[in-house]
Ligand binder design. Structure first.
Ligand code: SAH
Length: 341
């Protein structure tokens, strides 16, 4: 079966040519698909014969809402979607002043093994397809009735570990024939795969790159993020500097504050030293406690922020949304797998 929804317009045009159909059909079908139809039968400007031909040759398998949790505190909605093969993934819709933002997953599970993260507890099952990534945006929008203006790739999975799919996803949601979401409204978060950061830089995209740093020294970072055992902090910052030089885009550093692990003043000082000379922004995140983990939220968030600012580093504390609905990475999927829902 053909995964027609993962195709870009050029591929779709070639596909229709092969079917002996005129080129404008590709544009029509592309538009229907990216409006979120659930079957070819809804494509009313195509002949019945063509709709049947497509239904026989192509998969179109919209995700089903397995669970929907709405935060009573702030209106954040968390979706647990059931995919065609039975796997589940999460998407979160957050309401911000600057626009409604959807946080999407890039893989079923994750193989990066970060000590504080629920998404990685069962390892990686598989990569998502471009269509499955686009569907998270489309069907969150359709189900909630809330128009989405921003996308963050900060859900389950490591986006740069599914590089080609993520690039295609960006192309699809950016397409004027599709969701038409501008690159400046998209953020991509990575645990720091430097080769892929270099590769991404070559595309000169206007998106925001977020690097999940969480510690400025190798000892601490290797302890909580296994990826650091192969790619150390110096190497990571060198890649970040190259990225900035090539794209002119300021990197945002994620820093989940963990009690007694990464919240000491000397770590703020060291972080500031790494950032010297390259503009960057630090996002301090109050750690979300994960049941399986002994790590606790830091009580020094404000002090750490002050210390960074005393070195001239801009640091903001991320507002916590959806605390009452397991909104952070992987917690809902985890409960589902363990039969706790
Ligand atoms: N794999 C990518 C994107 C997914 S995680 C990455 O590592 O960036 C999205 C962000 O949430 C990352 O910064 C991640 O480190 C952070 N995160 C994961 N678990 C968390 C927790 N329990 N509390 C706070 N932040 C967490």
């Amino acid at each position: 079966m053909t995964d027609i929804k993962s195709m870009n317009l050029a591929e779709m045009s070639a596909y229709f040519k092969e079917l002996g159909e005129p080129a404008f059909r590709a544009r029509q079908v592309f538009q229907w698909l990216h409006r979120g139809v659930s079957s070819f039968d809804e494509m009313t400007n195509l002949s019945k014969a063509l709709r049947e031909k497509l239904a026989a040759a192509c998969v179109l398998c919209p995700p089903r809402v397995e669970r929907r949790q709405v935060s009573a505190q702030d209106g954040t909605i968390k979706y647990l979607w059931r995919l065609g093969d039975g796997n589940c993934i999460e998407t979160v819709l957050m309401r911000y002043h600057h626009g409604n933002t959807v946080c999407i997953s890039s893989q079923v599970g994750c193989r990066m093994g970060c000590a504080f993260c629920a998404s990685t507890l069962g390892g990686k099952i598989r990569d998502l397809t471009p269509a499955e990534m686009v569907d998270q945006v489309l069907f969150t929008q359709l189900d909630s009735g809330v128009p989405v203006s921003n996308i963050v790739l900060m859900g389950i999975g490591e986006p740069l570990d599914n590089f080609d799919t993520v690039l295609r996803f960006l192309e699809l949601v950016n397409s004027p024939e599709g969701l038409n979401i501008g690159m400046r409204h998209i953020s991509l978060s990575t645990c720091g795969l430097t080769e892929k950061i270099d590769k991404l830089a070559d595309y000169q995209l206007q998106l925001t790159l977020s690097v999940s740093l969480h510690a400025p020294d190798d000892e601490t970072r290797s302890r909580i993020m296994p990826v650091n055992r192969g790619i150390g902090v110096e190497q990571l910052f060198a890649a970040c500097r190259r990225y900035f030089e090539k794209t002119g885009r300021r990197i945002s550093y994620e820093y989940a504050m963990i009690d007694g692990v990464n919240d000491a003043d000397w770590q703020a000082d060291l972080l500031a030293r790494h950032l010297k000379g390259t503009p960057g922004h630090v996002n301090l995140i109050p750690l979300n406690h994960v049941e399986e983990s002994p790590l606790k939220p830091s009580r020094r968030v404000a002090a750490f922020q002050k210390r960074l600012e005393s070195h001239g580093v801009t640091a903001t504390v991320r507002r916590k949304l959806g605390g009452d609905i397991d909104a952070s990475c992987g917690q809902l999927r985890r409960k589902q797998i363990q039969g706790q829902l």
